[in-house]
Design a protein around this ligand. Structure first.
Ligand code: ZME
Length: 522
């Protein structure tokens, strides 16, 4: 049987011995307990470091690692992984970007958490913009945050085509999931916009991979939940960036009109419709106020009176990109588009925003919530993909019934995506339908969060009981059967890839995918 806790053994032995030795007045005695190859690394065992790495944005789980690695080079990471891989007492390892997992996915119980942002504290420039004969791209460190990638590429008039709603997430982190937002219908998730990766595999080797070279590793890692390697560099596709966006928000009380319009909008090709399409629920007065930054006082009154009559409003948000050259026609194009839609007459709200301001919109929300002390709180989020054929049943059962029973803080996002923008060879999982909806319950809990997690379970049970075949985004499961069901036809391949790239099962134990895999113990 493999044992993966030696770091904690080191740690315990270390504490005992260090107490003894510090009585004798010597310094840093634990280093004598470490394998030779780890002596040169910035590996910290103190409470400050381990406590930091024991929580995440979700604040629902707490798992202490034995140590945290602050790498100053990619080589530090290969050294660490190689050391565990070749040890007779291997320890688990998890890469941590900005710490925005929900259920401890970047934690490593008694193992080592790699604080990826530490790679950025060197003099090396870790965002480099280049062009080939046909494409523009950026080579960026896995630890880089998308906000910094955006700022750096904009200096060249370029930007990635596909984002997440929130930009203070690491490149390695979102590429290990998929990276979705309102651009996904048009450009695919972020994993569909990557040319090449550098990955430190579970054997401690740095491998460069792409669609044409070591492609099995490339496809495994994209959406691979950190199971096959640590992403240390990604070559990201870039497009010419617009300067401005025209944002349109349309209100509906009829769910089928709302989804019909969304589905029409995501069927249009580039340039024909919006460049971004999302949607959300407005369930009570407080939600009108959270959108305060953009609805005028008069508009808010209007929406309030609509809400008094209907109790549940659907908001479709579309943006069209433009710049000084296209500015004169952008308005007409949007109006033409709106002519073909069926929102409530008089309930279309338009405004212009800077492109960066629009992309970075959730950051404004963050500042506001931090100010109110509502940021560092539990986030029992549930994000699922719901097949288009059942979204109406989902509305009836979940939005109109389950959600109504008690207040659920935070936005509920609802918008469709096209599966043909996803690549089946990648590890990321979607429902088995050409169009599926992203439904996100982005909850913030004040005190108790258990009832919100219970409500999440109730939503998932409702889907199972009614044969609605959803897939979780940020999947969170604890049993082997659930993971097998999640990956479905991709499960066997996922296991094969695990055997090839992380045969000792060292990486990202917080996902709890390979916690009790029979093959691993042989
Ligand atoms: C914790 C929080 C998330 C507060 C606002 N948000 C968000 N608001 C709107 N869209 C989002 C979002 N988080 C992801 N997408």
């Amino acid at each position: 049987m493999l044992r993966r806790c030696s770091m904690s053994h080191f740690f315990i032995a270390t504490v005992v011995i260090s107490t003894l030795i510090s009585i004798l007045g010597q310094q840093r005695p634990w280093t004598t307990m470490l394998p030779q190859e780890l002596l040169g690394l910035d590996l910290r065992f103190d409470k400050n470091a381990t406590t930091m790495a024991s929580t995440d944005f979700g604040r629902l789980t707490q798992v202490l690692p034995a140590a945290v690695l602050y790498p100053s080079s990619v080589q530090d990471i290969t050294t660490l992984v190689k050391s565990s891989f070749s040890s007779y007492l291997p320890f688990s390892i998890a890469a941590r970007g900005h710490g925005h997992s929900i259920h401890g996915q970047a934690m490593a119980h008694n193992g080592v958490v790699i604080q990826m942002g530490s790679l950025n504290h060197t003099h090396e420039i870790r965002i480099n913009v280049s062009s080939s004969s046909s494409d523009f791209y950026a080579d960026v460190g896995g630890e880089q945050l998308w906000i910094d990638v955006l700022r750096a590429t904009l200096r060249h008039g370029l930007a990635p085509p596909s984002f997440t709603d929130y930009l203070y997430l690491s490149v390695g982190g979102t590429l290990s999931n998929a990276g979705v937002s309102g651009q996904t219908f048009l450009h695919g998730p972020q994993i569909s916009n990557v040319y090449e990766l550098d990955v430190v595999t579970g054997k401690g080797k740095m491998v460069t991979c792409s669609k044409h070279h070591r492609s099995e590793l490339f496809y495994a890692v994209l959406g691979g939940l950190g199971q096959f390697g640590v992403i240390t560099r990604a070559r990201i596709a870039l497009h010419p960036a617009p300067q401005m966006v025209k944002r349109t928000r349309l209100l509906y009380t009829d769910f089928s009109a709302f989804t019909r319009d969304q589905e029409y909008l995501i069927s249009l090709n580039i340039g024909e419709g919006f460049d971004y399409v999302e949607g959300s629920l407005i369930r009570d007065e407080t939600e009108i106020d959270t959108w305060r930054s953009s609805f005028s006082k008069k508009d808010k009154e209007k929406i309030r009176s609509l809400l008094a009559k209907h109790h549940l409003i659907y908001l479709l948000e579309g943006t069209k990109y433009y710049d000084t050259v296209t500015a004169p026609t952008a308005d007409q194009e949007v109006d033409l588009l709106l002519n073909g839609l069926t929102f409530i007459p008089g309930f279309a709200f338009k405004n212009d925003l800077l492109y960066v301001g629009f992309l970075n919109r959730v950051y404004d929300g963050e500042l506001e919530l931090r100010h109110k002390g509502l940021w560092d709180v539990p986030h029992p989020w549930l994000i699922i993909f719901v097949p288009k054929s059942r979204i109406s049943d989902f509305n009836e059962g979940v939005f109109k019934k389950i959600l109504k029973r008690n207040s659920t803080m935070g936005p509920v996002l609802v918008y469709p995506m096209n599966r043909n923008k996803w690549d089946e060879r990648m590890s990321a999982v979607t429902p088995d339908e050409d169009v599926f909806y992203h439904v996100g319950f982005l909850r913030s809990a004040m005190h108790d969060w258990e009832y919100l997690e219970d409500q999440n379970k109730e939503i998932l049970s409702f889907c199972v009981d009614n044969g609605i075949k959803t897939k979780q985004y940020f999947p969170h499961y604890t049993t082997n059967t659930e993971w097998k069901n999640h990956f479905g036809p991709k499960w066997n391949k996922f296991i094969e890839r695990k055997k090839s790239f992380d045969p000792k099962g060292l990486l990202s134990p917080g996902q709890k995918i390979f916690t009790a895999m029979p093959w691993q113990w042989k």
